[in-house]
Design a protein around this ligand. Sequence first.
Ligand code: URA
Length: 216
Amino acid sequence: MIIQYPENLLAEVRQRVAGRNLAGFTPGQGKLKPDLMLVGEAPGRHEEVHNIPFSGASGKELMKMLATIGYDRDSVYITSVVRQRPYSIKEVVDKKTGAKVTKKPNRTPTKKEVLAFANLFDWELAQVQPKIIVPLGNTALQRLLGPQANIGKLHGRLLDQPIQHAKKDGSGYELATTNSLLVPMYHPAAVLYSRKLEPTILRDWQRLGEFIQNTN
Ligand code: URA
């Protein structure tokens, strides 16, 4: 299922991101009321073109991990805290022709960009109603738990605590009055940079599989 965001929230995002280097718009998709809602950082180039979250190289890693605990793309919900691809603009010289070319590589979204999408994300989370929220990497984790949260410390742990919601006026976040279940995970791209992390990530997913058994 591809989620249909309310027009007023989309208009608010457009206004808040006006003039920023953000491309495309990849909606979240998957199952409502799932066991797991996977929350990434922002779409990359592949996602911008194909409009499917986590459909590029990191997505391939993510699907591999999901399969180890018996899930696939359609049996979970997948989104990210920013729904457009953040890019930077780089002028480089083509080695063969000597011509100047403009490149637009992916970059990490800024805190302001994450905040610009915060009401939209809160709305999405309220629609999806997952049993367990799985933030993938620091950007998603810090959006949910605040800037002190660190994936290196919290990965693979079951947390039962209030998450941050956006203040409606866009000035920042406040803690919810009720608890949510979260299991933070390394971002699947981490393994593309450091294969050494693979056993740790596999173990974290096994633990997540066990947590789900215990909450069902
Ligand atoms: N990284 C993310 O966080 N989300 C995607 O959809 C792809 C890469």
